[in-house]
Ligand binder design. Structure first.
Ligand code: AKG
Ligand code: FE2
Length: 201
Protein backbone atom coordinates (compact mmCIF):
# COMPACT_ATOMS: atom_id res chain seq x y z
CA UNK A 1 0.00 0.00 0.00
CA UNK A 2 1.71 3.20 -1.17
CA UNK A 3 0.89 6.31 0.84
CA UNK A 4 -1.09 8.71 -1.33
CA UNK A 5 0.02 12.34 -1.50
CA UNK A 6 -2.71 15.01 -1.24
CA UNK A 7 -1.03 18.40 -1.64
CA UNK A 8 0.20 19.38 1.82
CA UNK A 9 -0.43 16.00 3.43
CA UNK A 10 0.21 12.32 2.84
CA UNK A 11 -2.62 9.86 3.36
CA UNK A 12 -0.88 7.07 5.33
CA UNK A 13 -3.97 4.94 6.10
CA UNK A 14 -7.39 5.25 4.53
CA UNK A 15 -11.00 4.79 5.59
CA UNK A 16 -12.20 3.33 7.94
CA UNK A 17 -8.83 4.07 9.52
CA UNK A 18 -7.58 7.59 8.92
CA UNK A 19 -3.97 8.63 9.25
CA UNK A 20 -2.77 11.89 7.71
CA UNK A 21 0.81 13.12 7.71
CA UNK A 22 1.78 16.79 7.36
CA UNK A 23 5.59 16.80 6.88
CA UNK A 24 6.05 20.58 7.11
CA UNK A 25 3.51 21.55 9.72
CA UNK A 26 5.91 23.96 11.47
CA UNK A 27 8.67 25.88 9.67
CA UNK A 28 12.23 24.79 10.60
CA UNK A 29 13.08 27.88 12.65
CA UNK A 30 9.99 27.57 14.79
CA UNK A 31 10.62 23.84 15.26
CA UNK A 32 14.22 24.54 16.36
CA UNK A 33 12.99 26.99 18.99
CA UNK A 34 10.27 24.60 20.21
CA UNK A 35 12.78 21.75 20.51
CA UNK A 36 15.14 23.85 22.66
CA UNK A 37 12.28 24.97 24.88
CA UNK A 38 10.88 21.45 25.27
CA UNK A 39 14.25 19.83 26.02
CA UNK A 40 15.11 22.42 28.68
CA UNK A 41 11.85 23.55 30.27
CA UNK A 42 9.75 20.38 30.62
CA UNK A 43 10.18 18.44 33.90
CA UNK A 44 11.02 15.13 32.19
CA UNK A 45 10.85 11.91 34.23
CA UNK A 46 11.53 8.26 33.58
CA UNK A 47 8.45 6.38 34.85
CA UNK A 48 8.00 2.68 35.63
CA UNK A 49 5.29 0.75 33.74
CA UNK A 50 3.80 -2.75 34.08
CA UNK A 51 4.52 -5.11 31.20
CA UNK A 52 3.40 -8.75 31.34
CA UNK A 53 3.12 -8.48 35.14
CA UNK A 54 6.62 -7.06 35.60
CA UNK A 55 7.54 -3.50 36.49
CA UNK A 56 10.13 -2.00 34.14
CA UNK A 57 11.36 1.52 33.45
CA UNK A 58 10.09 3.08 30.22
CA UNK A 59 12.81 3.40 27.56
CA UNK A 60 12.17 7.17 27.26
CA UNK A 61 11.26 10.17 29.43
CA UNK A 62 7.70 11.50 29.68
CA UNK A 63 5.57 14.40 30.94
CA UNK A 64 1.83 15.07 30.92
CA UNK A 65 -0.01 18.38 30.61
CA UNK A 66 -3.73 19.06 30.49
CA UNK A 67 -6.79 20.95 31.62
CA UNK A 68 -7.45 20.92 35.40
CA UNK A 69 -8.46 17.48 36.70
CA UNK A 70 -7.44 15.55 33.58
CA UNK A 71 -5.51 12.36 34.37
CA UNK A 72 -4.41 9.62 32.01
CA UNK A 73 -3.84 5.96 32.88
CA UNK A 74 -1.97 3.51 30.68
CA UNK A 75 0.24 0.45 31.20
CA UNK A 76 -0.46 0.44 34.94
CA UNK A 77 0.51 4.07 35.63
CA UNK A 78 -1.63 7.17 36.14
CA UNK A 79 -0.28 10.51 35.04
CA UNK A 80 -1.68 13.63 36.74
CA UNK A 81 -1.77 16.62 34.43
CA UNK A 82 0.40 19.67 35.00
CA UNK A 83 -1.18 23.00 33.97
CA UNK A 84 -0.45 24.05 30.35
CA UNK A 85 2.58 26.27 29.85
CA UNK A 86 2.04 29.31 27.59
CA UNK A 87 3.95 27.68 24.74
CA UNK A 88 2.15 24.31 24.97
CA UNK A 89 -1.16 26.18 24.94
CA UNK A 90 -0.09 28.05 21.81
CA UNK A 91 0.93 24.80 20.09
CA UNK A 92 -2.34 23.16 21.13
CA UNK A 93 -4.35 25.98 19.48
CA UNK A 94 -2.51 25.55 16.21
CA UNK A 95 -2.92 21.76 16.21
CA UNK A 96 -6.61 21.92 17.18
CA UNK A 97 -7.28 24.33 14.33
CA UNK A 98 -5.63 22.07 11.75
CA UNK A 99 -7.26 18.89 13.11
CA UNK A 100 -10.67 20.50 13.67
CA UNK A 101 -10.80 18.69 17.01
CA UNK A 102 -10.57 19.73 20.68
CA UNK A 103 -7.69 18.49 22.87
CA UNK A 104 -7.60 18.68 26.67
CA UNK A 105 -4.36 16.78 27.27
CA UNK A 106 -0.90 16.26 25.89
CA UNK A 107 1.44 13.34 26.58
CA UNK A 108 5.05 14.27 25.88
CA UNK A 109 7.79 11.76 25.07
CA UNK A 110 11.51 12.46 25.10
CA UNK A 111 13.67 9.95 23.22
CA UNK A 112 17.21 10.74 24.40
CA UNK A 113 18.79 8.92 21.45
CA UNK A 114 18.16 6.08 19.02
CA UNK A 115 18.13 3.53 21.86
CA UNK A 116 15.00 5.06 23.39
CA UNK A 117 11.79 3.71 21.86
CA UNK A 118 8.09 2.85 22.23
CA UNK A 119 6.88 -0.71 21.57
CA UNK A 120 3.81 -1.87 19.61
CA UNK A 121 0.60 -0.56 21.19
CA UNK A 122 -2.74 1.03 20.45
CA UNK A 123 -3.99 4.22 22.06
CA UNK A 124 -7.27 2.57 22.94
CA UNK A 125 -7.78 3.43 26.61
CA UNK A 126 -11.46 3.68 27.45
CA UNK A 127 -11.22 7.33 28.50
CA UNK A 128 -10.12 8.33 24.98
CA UNK A 129 -13.56 7.31 23.66
CA UNK A 130 -14.37 4.95 20.78
CA UNK A 131 -12.60 6.61 17.84
CA UNK A 132 -10.05 9.00 19.32
CA UNK A 133 -8.42 11.80 17.34
CA UNK A 134 -4.73 11.90 18.31
CA UNK A 135 -2.37 14.52 16.94
CA UNK A 136 1.33 13.76 17.22
CA UNK A 137 4.08 16.36 16.71
CA UNK A 138 7.76 15.58 16.20
CA UNK A 139 10.76 17.78 16.99
CA UNK A 140 14.43 16.86 16.68
CA UNK A 141 15.99 13.72 15.25
CA UNK A 142 14.04 12.02 12.49
CA UNK A 143 12.65 8.62 13.57
CA UNK A 144 10.75 5.80 11.88
CA UNK A 145 7.16 5.32 13.04
CA UNK A 146 5.38 2.11 12.06
CA UNK A 147 1.83 0.83 11.81
CA UNK A 148 0.82 -2.79 11.49
CA UNK A 149 -2.57 -4.42 11.24
CA UNK A 150 -3.53 -5.34 14.81
CA UNK A 151 -4.91 -8.83 14.00
CA UNK A 152 -2.70 -9.95 11.13
CA UNK A 153 0.48 -8.15 12.32
CA UNK A 154 0.96 -7.34 8.60
CA UNK A 155 1.50 -5.25 6.54
CA UNK A 156 3.98 -2.96 8.30
CA UNK A 157 3.72 0.64 7.06
CA UNK A 158 6.58 3.02 7.90
CA UNK A 159 6.56 6.80 8.04
CA UNK A 160 9.65 8.97 8.64
CA UNK A 161 8.67 11.49 11.31
CA UNK A 162 10.66 14.58 10.58
CA UNK A 163 11.38 17.75 12.56
CA UNK A 164 8.25 19.92 12.67
CA UNK A 165 5.86 17.30 11.27
CA UNK A 166 2.31 16.43 12.35
CA UNK A 167 0.85 12.92 12.25
CA UNK A 168 -2.92 12.80 12.74
CA UNK A 169 -4.62 9.51 13.68
CA UNK A 170 -8.41 9.28 13.72
CA UNK A 171 -11.36 7.16 12.56
CA UNK A 172 -11.02 3.47 13.45
CA UNK A 173 -7.21 3.55 13.43
CA UNK A 174 -6.83 2.53 17.10
CA UNK A 175 -9.07 -0.54 16.62
CA UNK A 176 -7.51 -1.84 13.43
CA UNK A 177 -3.83 -0.88 13.68
CA UNK A 178 -1.10 -0.77 16.30
CA UNK A 179 1.92 1.50 16.14
CA UNK A 180 5.48 1.72 17.46
CA UNK A 181 8.62 3.82 17.39
CA UNK A 182 11.38 1.20 17.04
CA UNK A 183 14.89 1.47 18.43
CA UNK A 184 17.56 2.46 15.93
CA UNK A 185 20.81 0.53 15.46
CA UNK A 186 22.71 3.73 14.79
CA UNK A 187 22.51 6.24 17.59
CA UNK A 188 21.12 9.60 16.52
CA UNK A 189 20.15 12.78 18.38
CA UNK A 190 17.28 13.45 20.77
CA UNK A 191 13.65 13.68 19.65
CA UNK A 192 10.66 15.18 21.44
CA UNK A 193 7.14 14.00 20.63
CA UNK A 194 3.88 15.67 21.71
CA UNK A 195 0.65 13.70 21.43
CA UNK A 196 -2.50 15.76 21.88
CA UNK A 197 -5.55 13.82 23.01
CA UNK A 198 -9.04 14.34 24.38
CA UNK A 199 -9.49 12.50 27.69
CA UNK A 200 -13.13 12.01 28.72
CA UNK A 201 -13.51 12.65 32.46
O1 AKG B 1 6.87 9.13 19.69
C1 AKG B 1 5.95 8.85 18.91
O2 AKG B 1 5.89 9.32 17.78
C2 AKG B 1 4.88 7.86 19.33
C3 AKG B 1 4.15 8.26 20.57
C4 AKG B 1 2.98 7.37 20.86
O3 AKG B 1 2.62 6.50 20.11
C5 AKG B 1 2.20 7.59 22.09
O4 AKG B 1 2.57 8.46 22.91
O5 AKG B 1 1.20 6.89 22.28
FE1 FE2 C 1 0.66 5.75 20.66
Amino acid sequence: MEPFVYGEHVNVLSHPSEVLFFPDFFPAEKSDAYLEYLKNEIPWKQEPIKMFGKTVMQPRLTAFFGDPGVNYSYSGITMQSSPWTALLKQIREKVAEKCEAPFNACLLNYYRDGKDSMGWHRDNERELGRNPTIASLSFGAQRIFQFRNYKEKLPVISVELEHGSLLLMKGETQHLWEHQLPKLLKSNGPRVNLTFRYVHL
